[in-house]
Design a protein around this ligand. Structure first.
Ligand code: BES
Ligand code: MN
Ligand code: ZN
Length: 488
């Protein structure tokens, strides 16, 4: 059940709980009914994201959930998003709430409201499709955003927040779904349905078509599987487009490692989420019309699982990719780059202004940056700068790693144009150097989301399980895109 949001100039009469923001200093809002000393005695100081519930004695008036907003000078939309998430968790057992949170940052009603809606919707999201006991679902389904002024901006921000958070929840649902419940062909069917609902052109390519197109990477990775591969091309064309972007998503529905079988049960268990990049791209595409994006965006979802079997890709095999380059396989677990290569080649053929790929690509990136940051590498500073700006706005953190071309020699092969793995060092960089072989001169950046694809616990806008990392980042990037300068 997704949360319903609405805007009102005043607190509705029948609401179960009122969420009241309280700063760490300065006056206490009148609705609280207690002074600062009394609140302090209850252990509530208004620290950022701290919450305290005041239950009325009579039962006739609404519960008041106080949420700390800390020092108002430190507030920004990223802090506000997490404050809203904490408030939502603290009030999740009430059916309806009203809150003045959108108004706590002066002069940014639209972006503040979007952040508040995102924080609430993302904190309340649960994936219970396969549970018979649905009691894990939160009760809170109705949120009224109270604002006496700028209601048009609040309304607009609310619609944006609904679009972005719906996209994130959809991507999380896909990534949380077990591999046998979401095969490449089923995922492609979902993509077609989303395209239909959101004004996108969709084309699905099957194995025979992929062979005819020369997509040796995607077909090669699929060789061991009983499930056929799918590539989905989605196109969003706004009226009077400002620029042209291509997105490519890694859609490995399950990554067993193939013949280079993954060594532990834990590493296997996480690999139903190896399609998180494709899920983020699909959800992004689904949100573009609602977000009134003025950039033309084409997406390639590269979907297959990676399985060992008698027909699987072998070590020493050589694949010929869509752009004609040959790749010697030295580890079948380095499969993501093989399927992305074909998507990037196809994307580059259309000469876009920028191309972004997003992938759960390397354990090395996870080791380097941990679970809260994605790595970004690319051949164009303008594209990377725009991604970094989106990262700041969305709180989907990025850290740039070097596309250090000296390391290209680690990919040298005796028999083909390159090998599919480098050495034991700089794994995120060698993976990106591999991808760079397929982008030609297109301004390009690669997002390695192996770290933040899932979260261990609920915290701020993140919930345990799949995070759909990159979804809001890519939506923001497409929405604010301007053509980068040609050279780095
Ligand atoms: N899907 C994995 C990367 C991954 C690891 C994602 C952990 C999320 C969490 C990828 O296909 C993979 O297996 N990469 C290998 C590459 C290596 C063989 C060069 C890796 O990182 O170990
Ligand atoms: Mn792998
Ligand atoms: Zn993988």
């Amino acid at each position: 059940m997704r949360t319903a949001f609405s805007v009102s100039k005043s607190v509705p009469a029948k609401v179960a709980a009122i969420v009241i923001p309280v700063a760490a200093s300065g006056p206490i809002p009148s609705g609280v009914g207690l002074n600062r000393a009394q609140l302090a005695a209850l252990g509530f100081e208004g620290k950022t994201s701290q919450t305290h519930t005041l239950t009325p004695a009579t039962g006739k008036t609404a519960v008041r959930v106080l949420v700390g907003i800390g020092d108002v000078r430190d507030l920004n939309t990223s802090v506000l998003r997490n404050v809203a998430a904490s408030a939502a968790r603290a009030s999740s057992r009430y059916e309806s709430i009203a809150t003045t949170l959108p108004g706590v940052i002066r002069g940014s009603a639209k972006t503040s409201t979007q952040a508040v809606v995102e924080g609430i919707a993302l904190a309340l999201h649960r994936w219970v499709a396969l549970k018979n006991d649905k009691s894990g679902l939160v009760k809170l389904t109705s949120v009224t955003l109270v604002s006496a002024e700028k209601t048009a901006d609040v309304q607009a921000g609310m619609l944006m927040g609904i679009a972005t958070s719906t996209a994130v929840c959809t991507a999380r649902d896909f990534a949380n779904t077990p591999p046998s419940h979401l095969t490449a062909s089923q995922f492609a069917d979902h993509a077609v349905a989303i395209a239909k609902a959101s004004g996108l052109e969709a084309t699905v390519y099957n194995r025979d078509q992929l062979i005819a197109m020369g997509c040796g990477g995607l077909v090669g990775v699929n060789a061991g599987s009983t499930e056929p591969p799918r590539m989905v091309k989605l196109v969003y064309t706004p009226t009077s487009a400002k620029g042209k972007v291509v997105l490519v998503g890694k859609g490995v529905m399950y990554d067993s490692g193939g013949i280079s079988l993954k060594p532990t049960n834990e590493s296997h268990a996480a690999m139903k989420m190896d399609m998180s990049g494709a899920a983020a791209v699909l959800s992004t595409m689904g949100a573009l019309r609602a977000m009134k994006v003025k950039t033309q965006v084409t997406a390639y979802l590269m979907c297959t699982d990676n399985m060992p079997s008698g027909s699987a890709l072998k070590l020493g095999d050589v694949l010929t990719m869509r752009n004609g380059k040959t790749v010697e396989i030295h580890n079948t677990d380095a499969e993501g780059r093989l399927i992305l290569a074909d998507g990037l080649s196809l994307g580059a053929e259309s000469k876009p202004d920028a191309m972004i790929d997003i992938a759960t690509l390397t354990g090395a990136c996870l080791a380097a940056l941990g679970k809260r940051m994605a790595g970004v590498l690319g051949n164009n500073a303008g594209v990377i700068d725009q991604l970094k700006a989106s990262s700041t706005r969305t709180d989907e953190l990025l850290w740039e790693l070097p596309l250090f071309t000296d390391y290209r020699r680690m990919l040298d092969s005796n028999v083909a144009d390159m090998r599919n793995i480098g050495g034991p060092l700089a794994g995120a960089t060698t993976a990106a150097l591999f991808l760079s072989e397929f982008v030609g001169s297109t301004p390009w950046a690669h997002l390695d989301i192996a770290g933040p694809m899932d979260a261990d616990s609920d915290s701020g806008w993140l919930n345990r399980g799949a995070t759909a990392y990159g979804t809001r980042l890519l939506i923001d990037f497409c929405a604010n895109f301007t053509k980068p300068a040609k050279k780095k």
